[in-house]
Design a protein around this ligand. Structure first.
Ligand SMILES: Nc1nc2c(c(=O)[nH]1)N[C@H]1C(S)=C(S)[C@@H](COP(=O)(O)OP(=O)(O)OC[C@H]3O[C@@H](n4cnc5c(=O)[nH]c(N)nc54)[C@H](O)[C@@H]3O)O[C@H]1N2
Ligand SMILES: Nc1nc2c(c(=O)[nH]1)N[C@H]1C(S)=C(S)[C@@H](COP(=O)(O)OP(=O)(O)OC[C@H]3O[C@@H](n4cnc5c(=O)[nH]c(N)nc54)[C@H](O)[C@@H]3O)O[C@H]1N2
Ligand code: SF4
Ligand SMILES: [Mo]
Length: 748
């Protein structure tokens, strides 16, 4: 007889954090539904949430460590795998130094409690300058701009979607992505509600997306020109005396600087650059001010180009100059249950952020928040000399698909002396590894969205306990990360990782009791550690962070306060309510003010002025296209998500098709200065003239991978067209949108 039971779990597959109701039959998922009692998602879920069933059961998933000898792969024991890793990494570190070992952290780490807690330990143990992550193919511009303006990387304002009257959205397609840097379960429902209550949603995108179709108004914009468009709005605000700072007025530095640099960006000047006419730009500026409340929100389409930081900065400049920062219905700061840089200590002032404390070896690109831009990774592997990267650890990343100039990076990976991947698949990246270490099944892990809840549109918290046991041949990912940490720290493959875990927690507790403003300031650290002793691993750390967070019980100081036990008693989550104003408390700038005009950002405006001419020129520009049933590069091995009409196609506007001879449904060659791909065309006016669109994350026909379903729906990797030569100098972010390309019918 099999055992049937129902469990509740937060979906870890995107930033929306929906509650899932899972019907289990023994240890397998028989049915997935939305959890109607979830305090945040109220039963909403998307096709990916349902696909967790296929993901957990996927026969291609790696379940035991894999060792490669030449082209052959073998199952090995955990002990043998770690011994192999220890021997090789120690050899390389001894011969070439620590910088010879690079680390790449991929996107799923942001959705994984083990990664969120223990990758930091791995970075500290490795002490290599070559730390990379998917952040620099994604949101680094937002983190840089938030850090400079408000004092910390994740002090990013989120639009108060549920209460706003007017939402100006740029470079985001939440009907496909379900929202990003804006954690909001059921964002489609929330955006529809905004319109139903009489609000306006204005979408700015070079494509007519599903979100654009659902909007009150859609504006096509030339890729890469959001900063110009937004400057046109700022110019109008100052020029027409529309500026009002609202409640944050007394906490601002640099308003005159902003007015000064916006002078040159009259709507009439930027209109030919961005393709949105001057009257419309002025009208939008006026509407933002006239609306009872309004918010501007920019996401990946505004980040992944040369002016990513400027665009991200301007989004918040407008929120501030229209009086919408930090008020209900505007752009607000979350107060997350697990505190972060903007809740700890005494608020209102801090150390701020510093970048470029070191630079990359080959092109001297600056570091941001301790990591180097991924555009540097290939050259650091290829270029001989002191500090050359000889070995690589990838944790939940697929840079051979997700990073620019993917073909070159792929080649570079094949030249490494040694590579280790912690991953669930043998894919385009991990096929180069010498050892692949799999995590345990998702259901065997505890889950809490440590990172995403700090960007949520309500203050919410929800913990999912493991619901099945870790399999006999599995190892929890957190233990694997600690064991890798011990190895790179020189403690060997057999180190006592339990003791190492004690050191990690001990460090956190000692720091907290010594910190002014903490709710355990002055308490006995050993005492607190004793209270935590019933838990291990990420749960122990999480319990500590919840109890010392903004709603925490402070280990008895507030008996009604939050702890992990309390979240365990609330399987559908706890809602702490709508966002509340947090200025000045949330600020951590050295001045204690919002820095409206950070020096480096103002200096960069010159570059934007220089781009007036070049952006007007007319080669075709390539942009991406997320799909509801994809997840970057890694969920194409699940049949229900890939079946049906082929999705990896190039969208071409009818005018451009006519001009180039490209035919709907026919194979088409797309090339850039960096590379070329061949794929079917879809001729459609859903892209603006002069723009073509290819989704990223495809190209699964590489030899040596083991993803049988994905291989049948291979598609092609659009990132062979992106270059590593250009990037946003303020954040190191790669340019993945707005790439100049040409197209022609493919000759076969
Ligand atoms: N052209 C273009 N390129 C893009 C983008 C774009 O819009 N256009 N988007 C960019 C963005 S936003 C991002 S975030 C990056 C993503 O870039 P990456 O993070 O490099 O790539 P992913 O496709 O997310 O790959 C995730 C990897 O994690 C593995 N994995 C999944 N779950 C787990 C787990 O629980 N544990 C472990 N250890 N591994 C796991 C998967 O098998 C896969 O190998 O791609 C970027 N690349
Ligand atoms: N289903 C699904 N959900 C996902 C993911 C996924 O792969 N699939 N990935 C997750 C990840 S890692 C992230 S970071 C988020 C991203 O979440 P979003 O930021 O919402 O990402 P996209 O859906 O790619 O929307 C970006 C939009 O920007 C447009 N765009 C491109 N260039 C420009 C430009 O220069 N200016 C303007 N204004 N627009 C431009 C594109 O046409 C596209 O419609 O989604 C997450 N959610
Ligand atoms: S929207 Fe995101 S969190 Fe919700 S079910 Fe889909 S993938 Fe999971
Ligand atoms: Mo991302």
């Amino acid at each position: 007889m099999s055992e049937r039971r129902v469990v509740y779990r937060t979906c870890h597959l995107c930033e929306a954090t929906c509650g899932l109701e899972l019907h289990l039959e023994d240890d397998d998922i028989a049915l997935v539904r939305g959890d109607h009692d979830d305090v945040f998602s109220h039963g909403y879920l998307c096709p990916k949430g349902t696909a967790i069933r296929g993901l957990e059961a996927d026969p291609d998933r790696i379940r035991v460590p894999q060792l490669r000898r030449g082209d052959n792969w073998f199952d090995v024991s955990w002990d043998d795998a770690f011994a192999e890793i220890d021997a090789n990494l120690t050899r390389i570190i001894d011969a070439h130094g620590r910088d010879a070992v690079a680390l790449y952290l991929g996107n799923p780490n942001a959705h994984n409690l083990a990664g969120l807690v223990y990758n930091r330990v791995l970075i500290q143990s490795l002490r290599s300058q070559n730390v990379y992550s998917a952040s620099t193919v994604d949101q680094m511009p937002k983190q840089v701009s938030a850090g400079l303006m408000f004092g910390a990387a994740l002090t990013i304002p989120v639009p108060d979607v549920d209460r706003t009257d007017y939402l100006l959205m740029l470079g985001a397609n939440p009907f496909a992505s379900n929202g990003s840097l804006m954690t909001a379960a059921d964002i489609p429902g929330r955006l529809r509600a905004l319109r139903e209550r009489g609000g306006r949603l204005v979408v700015v995108d070079p494509r007519r997306t599903k979100t654009a179709e659902e909007a009150s108004e859609h504006l096509f914009i030339r890729p890469g020109t959001d900063a110009h468009f937004l400057m046109g709005i700022v110019h109008t605000l100052f020029d027409d005396n529309l500026v009002r700072y609202g409640t944050v007025a007394e906490h601002l530095n640099g308003a005159e600087e902003v007015a000064r640099v916006a002078l040159d960006f009259a709507p009439e000047v930027v209109a030919p650059v961005c393709g949105i006419d001057a009257l419309t730009i002025r009208r939008i500026a006026n509407e933002l001010v006239a609306a009872p409340t309004a918010a501007v929100y920019g996401r990946i389409g505004t980040c992944t180009h040369e002016f990513g930081t400027l665009a991200s900065w301007l989004v918040d400049v407008i929120n501030i100059c229209t009086g919408n920062l930090d008020r209900a219905g505007g752009a607000m700061f979350t107060r997350p249950a697990v505190g972060g840089a903007n809740t700890g200590g005494s608020g209102g002032r801090g150390r701020g952020v510093k970048f470029g404390r070191r630079t990359s070896r080959v092109r001297q690109a600056p570091e941001f928040y301790g990591e180097l831009p991924v555009v540097c990774l290939a050259e650091e592997i290829e270029t001989p000399g002191d500090g050359q990267v000889k070995a690589l650890l990838t944790i939940a990343g697929n840079p051979a698909v997700s990073n620019p100039d993917a073909q070159r990076l792929d080649r570079a990976l094949s030249t490494l002396d040694f590579m280790v991947s912690v991953d669930i698949y043998r894919n385009e990246t991990t096929r180069h590894a010498n050892v692949i270490l799999p995590p345990e099944r998702e259901l065997a892990r505890g889950h809490y969205d440590l990172a995403l809840y700090s960007l949520a549109i309500r203050n919410v918290a929800n913990y999912s306990p493991p619901v099945i046991d870790v399999g006999a041949t599995e190892r929890p990912e957190w233990q694997t990360l600690l064991r890798l940490s011990a190895i790179v720290a020189g403690q060997g493959a057999g180190a006592d990782i339990d003791a190492l875990d004690d050191v990690v927690v001990g460090g956190l507790v000692h720091k907290a009791v010594g910190r002014g403003g903490s709710n355990v300031e002055g308490r006995d650290a050993e005492d607190l550690l004793g209270t935590l002793a019933t838990r291990r691993g990420p749960e122990r750390v999480l319990d500590f962070m919840l109890r010392t967070g903004p709603y925490g019980d402070g280990f008895g100081a507030d008996p009604d306060g939050l702890s992990l036990a309390k979240l365990e008693e609330n399987p559908h989550g706890i809602d702490f309510g709508a966002l509340q104003p947090r200025i000045p408390d949330a600020l951590r700038t050295p001045s204690g003010a919002i820095e409206l005009a950070p020096e480096t950002v103002i200096a960069d405006v010159e570059r934007l002025r220089g781009a007036f001419a070049t952006n007007g020129a007319s080669p075709l520009r390539l942009v991406g296209r997320r799909d509801l049933r994809s997840n970057n590069s890694w969920m194409h091995n699940i049949d229900v998500l890939v079946k049906g009409k082929e999705r990896c196609t190039v969208h071409v506007h009818p005018n451009d098709a006519a001009r180039t001879g490209v035919v709907d449904g026919a194979l088409t060659r797309v090339w850039s200065a960096t590379g070329e791909v061949v794929l079917p065309a879809e001729v459609t006016d859903a892209v603006m003239p002069g723009v073509v669109s290819i989704p990223h994350g495809w190209g699964h026909d590489t030899p040596g991978t083991e993803m049988r379903v994905a291989a049948k729906h291979a598609g092609t990797n659009s990132n062979v067209l992106a270059s590593t030569a250009v990037f946003d100098p303020l954040s190191g972010n790669a340019v993945l949108n707005g790439i100049p390309v040409e197209i022609a019918p493919a000759v076969r």
